[in-house]
Every structure is written in C-alpha cells, then in structure tokens.
Design a protein around this ligand. Sequence first.
Ligand code: NAP
Length: 498
Amino acid sequence: MICIPIIANNLEDALKDMEEASKFADIVELRLDYIKNPDLKLLLERRTKPVIVTNRPVREGGKFSGGEEERIASLKLAVQLHADFVDIEHDSVQHISRGMALRGPTSKTKIIVSYHNFRETPSYLTDIYQRLRQSGADIVKIVTYATNITDNIRIYELLQHAQSPLISFCMGEYGAISRILYKRFGSYLTFASLQSGRESAPGQISIQELLNTYQIRRQDNHTSIYGLIGNPVSHSISPIIHNTLFKKMNFNSIYVPFKVDNINDFMREFGGLDVKGYSVTIPHKESVISCLDAIDPIAKKIGAVNTIVNRDGQMVGFNTDCEAAIKTLEGVNQVSVKDTKDEYLKGKKVVLLGAGGAARAIAFGLKECGAQITIINRNYERAQSLASDVGCLFRKFNDLEAIEADILVNATPVGMFPAVNETPILKNKLKPPMVVFDTIYNPIETKLLRDAKSQGCKIVGGLLMFVRQAAAQFKLWTGQMPSLEMIERIAYKKLVGE
Ligand code: NAP
C-alpha cells in the first residue's frame, strides 16, 4: 500500500490535498502537527480512503511543539472519531493502553507504534521491534536514517524476520531503495509525497515518480530486482528506461538506483537480496571486477564491466559499452539507430579523452577496428597504463590543445549534468572535417558538441551509445532484445521532456 502524508498548513488546503492524494494513495496520513487548527471531525468525514492520524512532536522529527497532554488528547480524539489508524510514538507508549481501552471492543482503529531515528540505522533494530510489538501495537513502524547503502539490508533483514505487520524503511538518499522496494522487502506500506518538493521526511519520493519511473504498482513479493550501481546515480535515466521496458515486455521486474561508495561491502551485503542483474557506472566499472564470480572474455580483455548477470547465484560481468560505442561511431553518417557494418574507423586518427571504464571499452573497440588511437587523460599514469594495455599512443593532458584528429572522443564526465557549461577543449581547436563524439548523454547536446557544431564539425552525442548499451544489457538479463527506437523515445522524452 502507498500512503501519502497531508502536510498542508491550513484546513482548506488539507481538505484539497486529501482529495487529490486519495486519487493515487491507498491510505492518507493526516499530519496534525502541520495543519493549523485542524478540524479532525470534518477531515475524517471527508475521507474517501483510510486515514492514519499522526501528531508528531518535534523530538520525533515532527512539528508539534505544544504540551504532551494536548498532543495525546488529539490522538485519543482520533480514536473516538474512528480514524482507521492512529500513530503513537514509542516514547508515548504508556498512553497506548489507555488509548486501546478508549477504542472499545467494537472500534476498528488500529494503533501504529512508531520509532524514528534521523541520525542512523542502529544495530539493535530487533530489540526495538520486540519492544514496540510488546507494547500492544497492531502495527509497528521503525524508520531510520541510512548513512550508507548497506543500512537498507539491516531493514530488509528486520522485515524478513518480523512476525507481525511492520512498516520499515530508511530515510535519506541512501535509503531510497527501501522505500521503492517496500513490497519485496515486506513492509506493510511505503510513503510518497503528493508532489516533489513537499516531502514530510528526508528521501521521500513523489507519488508520480513511484508510479511512473518505478512502476511501483506492478511490484509483488516475487518481483525480480535489477539495479544501477554507481555514485552519483540520481541523474541516471536507466530506471525509467528499464522499468518501462519491463512493463512493455511483460516482465515482473523492477530496476532501482543503488548509490554505492564501497563496492566490496555492497556486493557482499546485497548477496542475500538475490538481485538478478546490475548496470555499473562511474566509478565502479573497473573495481567491481574483483567482486565477481566470472567475467566474459571481452570484458576481461577491456578490464571494465558495465553489466552484471546473476546466473544461479554466480555474478558474471559483461561489457556492452564497447560494441555500443563502436556501432555509434561507425554509424556516424547515419541518422537512425539501425545497425551498420562499414569500415569507417579503419585508419582514422582518434584522440580519446579519458582512461576510465568507458574509455577502456572504447579504446579496445577502436583498436579492433584498426583506428590509430591517442589517449589523453588528466591522470597521466592511467593514460599510460591504458595505452600499454591497448597498444596505442598517449599524450599529456596539456597536449590536448595541439592534437590533430579525424575523430575526438570525450569519455570523461566534463560537461555532464549539472555542470553543463563545462567543456574539455577550447572551441577554436575544433575544426572540420573533425568528427566529435561526446559519450555524455545528459544533456543530449553538451557544450563540447554545441561548440563543435558551431565550428562546422560533424557531431555524435552519447544517447545512441546509451540506447545500444542499455538494449544489450536488457538482452543479457532477460534473453529478449528490446526495440532501440523504443529506448531512444523513452530516453528522449525523459531528457528533453517531449
Ligand atoms: P570513470 O571510470 O570514473 O572514468 C572517468 C574518467 O574521466 C577518468 O579518465 C577521469 O580522469 C576523467 N575525468 C573525471 N573528471 C575529470 C575532469 N574534471 N577533468 C578531466 N578528466 C576528468 O567513468 P566512466 O564510467 O568511464 O564514464 C566516463 C564518461 O562516459 C561519463 O561522462 C559517462 O556518462 C560516459 N559514459 C557514457 C555512456 C553512454 O552509454 N553514453 C556509457 C558509459 C559512460 P582521471 O583518471 O584523471 O580521474
């Protein structure tokens, strides 16, 4: 179930928001601590969906700063007025027995006993759960703050072992997956904001994003989990691409972003969640290799993995960037994403900026095609090392302005959203007939590409590469090849809003 909190600051807006939220939510939460002079009787009379009544004090992250007696009285009134649920904080637990007595044998009001921790996810979650459960709660609620991605696993384990209805998830950016995967995790419900920017807790996701990007209504206990490992991941359009493909191609699967700092900890701790496949992005494409059980020969040669497939518990690494980049460059004279098989790259002088995961994939692909490659990277040793692995030239970053190339490839994040006015090279160094390929796809046209176009160069954006690598990834996970045009349409709509 999805619950939308009503956090309007006056009665009129609260009534309006409740009506709007009830179109999408299964339950609405009336946050009395936000609403000035709330007419609880009227609010409950107007409900069209079950209602949780909450009056959260400041000490538990709410806005109510009055006396405790007044606050408890408002919750008791909610019971008398037959609210569907009343949320009582764990440290007001002594009032629960009285509240329960008040509701009488025929009352259907369910008591939620809640614990909130805005600093961390403590190690003694089971103790908290048992204490709250024994207090006579119908439903226990335990909400903590994730300081890293593995905190979600603590919550998952708690939910897996719970013997009674439990609402549990992590707040904060790292906690987003526990909110999205609430059904797979086993939480009684998840919360969503009515609109982006109107969150009642850190990391709350808007209802539109849950419904559209994550297709959350399709999730059940058997939904297969896929996801993106990286940092940052919030800008990625991969969730909307893969979740739309899963829906259109009828797979009971969901794709979520995993913001990962320490790849070794993540791969070890998330083993128990049985994630069926991962995309891998900045900065983990190379470091993830040591965490895998097996690696495809092409990815091994490249030394970078952007796709992981869970084959009966064995994590196997692949690289779909290489073929995607080369096909995109080979199709430089074409406008559509249809495959090409020409020898466009043979003998071409290519300057490749970057020596990370994407640059590795592109360098090996270019070499196979017979291109003459020069690698230029900020970290000179890394450029040297990649050049020696591939068997090509390398130059210092300062030499960039003096380069001569048929094709310039940017495989660095310079110019990527949100730093959209940055570019790795001065405009006047871009001269036709040079082809400029920027692997960045957000924005679709980077400053580098805008500069190159205005100088008369032919330009290639990263979107087509992105489309191809995503399609190949999807095929590795599911065995089915999606339509490239469909992925391009979804990506374009998300990036440009058309
Ligand atoms: P990565 O492994 O972290 O490598 C990043 C590379 O960029 C390194 O060579 C790094 O140089 C360089 N770099 C980072 N910040 C820089 C700066 N401020 N100035 C100069 N160089 C800088 O990342 P990756 O996975 O290879 O991704 C790199 C880019 O490729 C990203 O923009 C990503 O969006 C794009 N990409 C696109 C697609 C697609 O499908 N279109 C697929 C994959 C990647 P140092 O070695 O000096 O740190």
